[in-house]
Structures are given as C-alpha cells and as structure tokens.
Design a protein around this ligand. Structure first.
Ligand code: PGA
Length: 256
C-alpha cells in the first residue's frame, strides 16, 4: 500500500463572492512556488465552483496545484429537486471533490447517514472524490458516546463502493467547528484510530483511506494536530478564507 498523500481542504461554507477568487489565486501562487507535500483543495460556494476552477486553470500556476470541490450534492443525477445540485453538475463545473454529510448539513437540513451514503455514492457515480464528514456533538462526548456515534456514522455514511481513491473521511467534532476549541491530541488520536480500525475491518483498502481532522484548525495549532497518528490532513473552515491564514496550515504538513 502506497503512503497516504496528505490532503488539506478549505471549506468556504456560505462565504465568498467573485472578488474572493483572488485568495484562490494567491494560494495557488504560494503552492506553485514551494510545492507542498500535501494535495490541496478549496470548496467554495456552488456559485463559484466553475469560476474558481476556470481561474485556476487560466492562471500560470495551473489547476493541478489546487483542486476545487462542492460542499454538498443531491443523490440523483437530475430531476425535480428545486435548489439542489447534482454531482454531475459539480463535475462539469470543474470540481474534483464534494463534501457530503457536513455537520451543518446534518443539523440544518436533517441529513441522515443514509442520505449521506446516497450522496457519496452519487459523487462516485460522477467521478468525484467524496469527503464524508462525521463527528459527535458536545452532549454525545460528555455522555461518553463519541466512538459509538462516530463509528455508526462511518458505517452508515460510506457506501460499499468506497475506495481509498474515491473517498476521504473527515472527523469533525461538532463542538470544535467554528468555536476555537479543539480536542486534545490524545482525543484526536483515539477517534482517528477507531475510524482506521473500522475502515480496515470493512474495506480491503482500509489502510489507504485518508482521514482528515476538522474543527478550528488554525495556523497556530495545525502542526500539533497534523502530527497525530492517522491524521492525514485537515478540513479547514474559517482559516481557509484568506490565503495568508490557510498557507501556514498547508505548510504545517511539509514543503518539498
Ligand atoms: P472551522 O470549520 O475550521 O471554521 O472550525 C471546519 C469545518 O466546518 O469544516
């Protein structure tokens, strides 16, 4: 099994207008100049997926330095689903990834693991890498249910066709997202270790899946979090909006 290539993905959530594309270009320039070890992705709002993909393609540094992703997709390829976006549409717009099952989608839109699993399968059908998010709430952690909750989400949200190439797992404790709070490195190691065990038990390629940590990853804590066993990169929200904040996080995984 080849070593897992680290992956650092920015999730812009519902932030960004055309003017923000300059941040993507600035990041691409930094990456082109110092060739990070990690693969890089940016997931802007759906309105900017095509524009960002084109902006990176047209820039001298090229689209291969940073890949673009969506933040959600519908399980179906087309149909009467007002406001939804199919994985095939993201793919055509230039996306390489799509985030599915983010806790904000699970909480705000009532997405169940069963729905997330169908969305991940849709991503695979369209040729996208699914970044499947899982994570416990503070109440679940306080009740000692973290491993049980995360394991159930992993089992429920990953389709049987998941491979190390088409699926990435992101562990994001809900209480760490946007709060400035992070788990201890021991807590991160415990959950990532459990996820790895579960992947190994279910998939032949279980050792090859990348498992990202997400939740208040910042320039000043990235190195510590990224050094934890079985942490193969980060899913970054707030600190991904500005290249100046995101770049030190990328650099924490190493430069060539
Ligand atoms: P945060 O968000 O980095 O702003 O905490 C992470 C995420 O929700 O993916």
């Amino acid at each position: 099994m080849a070593a897992r290539r680290p992956l650092i993905v920015g999730n812009w959530k519902m932030n960004g207008l055309t003017a923000s594309l300059g941040e993507a270009r600035a990041l691409a320039e930094k990456a082109a100049a110092s060739r990070p070890v990690a693969e890089l992705g940016l997931c802007p709002p759906a309105t900017l997926v095509a524009a960002m993909a084109n902006a990176l393609k047209d820039s001298a540094v090229g689209a291969d330095v940073i890949k673009v992703g969506g933040q959600d997709c519908h399980a179906r390829a087309s149909g009467a689903h007002t406001g939804d976006i199919a994985a095939e549409m993201l793919k055509e717009a230039g996306a390489a990834y799509v985030i599915v099952g983010h806790s904000e989608r699970r909480a705000d839109h009532g997405e169940t693991s069963e729905m997330v699993r169908a969305k991940a399968a849709a991503a695979h059908r369209a040729g996208l890498i699914a970044i499947v998010c899982v994570g416990e709430t503070l109440a679940e952690r306080d009740a000692g249910a973290t491993l049980k909750v995360v394991t159930a989400q992993i089992r429920g949200s990953l389709p049987d066709d998941a491979t190390a190439a088409n699926t990435v797992v992101a562990y994001e404790p809900v209480w760490a997202i946007g709060t400035g709070r992070t788990p201890t490195t021991a807590q991160v190691a415990e959950v990532h270790g459990e996820i790895r065990k579960d992947l190994l038990a279910r998939f032949d390629e279980g050792a090859g899946f990348r498992i990202l940590y997400g939740g208040s990853v910042k320039p000043d804590n990235a190195a510590e979090l990224m050094a934890v066993a079985d942490v193969d990169g980060a899913l970054v929200g707030g600190a991904s909006l500005k290249a100046a904040d995101f770049w030190p996080i990328v650099a924490a995984k190493g430069l060539q």
